[in-house]
Write a protein that binds this ligand. Structure first.
Ligand SMILES: [Ca+2]
Ligand SMILES: [Ca+2]
Ligand SMILES: [Ca+2]
Length: 303
């Protein structure tokens, strides 16, 4: 277990925290914590990020009183590798994000600016980029966001993304761009192996107010724009949780698979500047989503 922890720490720019360092709150008591054990349950993890053997707890030498470096090292010896959040905004500064596809039809610059302002390293990969998406392109990436995909992803790319998640990565998906059908089937080609798909026959078109408040992603949620999206269908056999509904149909599904997590949202208006400017629940929803999907990858928590 310990060697797995160290391996993850070295591979990831922002690795898992020790449970011992995580603040305990009631909001974090649902599915979020029930299956996070694979990486860091070993007692010896509390001593730091290096595998120094049984005496590690006494051999981790802090070089910082509060961790500030994204270097795969537990610089402050609190048991959490790269639990850096200089701005104390609750979103780990060490996160690497890759957005796939283009943004929707309306301006979405606020969203990307917000991601970067929180300390993350965010890049966008257009579907017109040369060649298929490869595992090498996801090195150092903690979160992949499926934005408006303009082509089907081939099997090698689907395999890369599914392996990325199962090995501890996070994936967030949006849709509902033009109701072409392809805006659902393209992400479905990736999501089907992860536990949910978009249902093109059910098209909710009203603000979302029906939240499962027992799920961390629904914390403090009120009304969130949902304009011409799709229902999200959980797939039997996967570990899924419906986070929100519209007229009874699921529109937000959280999934735990392997060591990773996925959040599937049935619309894309939560990325648009118009909504960011007027609906405070939208940045809060994104913060909740980030906090949940990377909970196993970063010691910074918002719950
Ligand atoms: Ca630390
Ligand atoms: Ca560090
Ligand atoms: Ca931050």
């Amino acid at each position: 277990m310990k060697r797995l922890f160290v391996l993850v720490a070295l591979l990831s720019a922002c690795s898992s925290a020790s449970d011992a360092t995580e603040p305990s709150t009631t909001a974090d008591s649902s599915v979020a914590d029930t299956a996070k054990a694979p990486i860091d349950t070993a007692v010896e993890d509390t001593g730091g990020g290096f595998d120094l053997g049984p005496s590690e707890a006494s051999t981790c030498v802090p070089t910082e009183t509060l961790e500030t470096k994204c270097n795969a090292i537990d610089d402050d010896c609190n048991g959490a590798v790269d639990d850096v959040d200089v701005g104390k905004d609750g979103i780990c500064d060490c996160l690497g994000l890759k957005i796939l596809g283009t943004s929707g039809s309306l301006a979405a610059s606020t969203f990307e600016a917000w991601l970067k302002a929180k300390g993350t390293t965010t890049t966008r990969r257009l579907d017109s980029a040369g060649g298929p998406l490869t595992a090498a392109e996801l090195a150092g990436i903690d979160i992949v966001i499926l934005d408006r995909l303009s082509r089907d992803y081939d099997k090698s790319e689907v395999d890369v993304l599914q392996a990325f998640v199962k090995e501890g990565g996070a994936l967030i998906s949006m849709t509902g761009y033009d109701h072409s059908g392809a805006d659902a089937t393209r992400p479905n080609g990736i999501l089907a192996g992860l536990g949910a798909t978009y249902d093109t026959t059910v098209r909710p078109n009203a603000p979302i107010t029906d939240w499962d408040k027992t799920h961390p992603i629904a914390k403090d949620m009120t009304s969130v724009t949902f304009a011409g999206g799709y229902a999200v269908t959980p797939i039997t056999g996967f570990t899924t949780a419906v986070v929100a509904r519209s007229s009874g149909s699921p529109v937000a599904v959280a999934i735990e698979i392997g060591k990773g997590r996925v959040f599937v949202w049935g619309d894309e208006w939560i990325e648009y500047d118009s909504e960011w400017a007027t609906i405070p629940a939208i940045p809060k929803l994104w913060a909740n989503i980030f906090g949940w999907v990377v909970q196993r990858r970063c010691g910074v928590k918002i719950f």
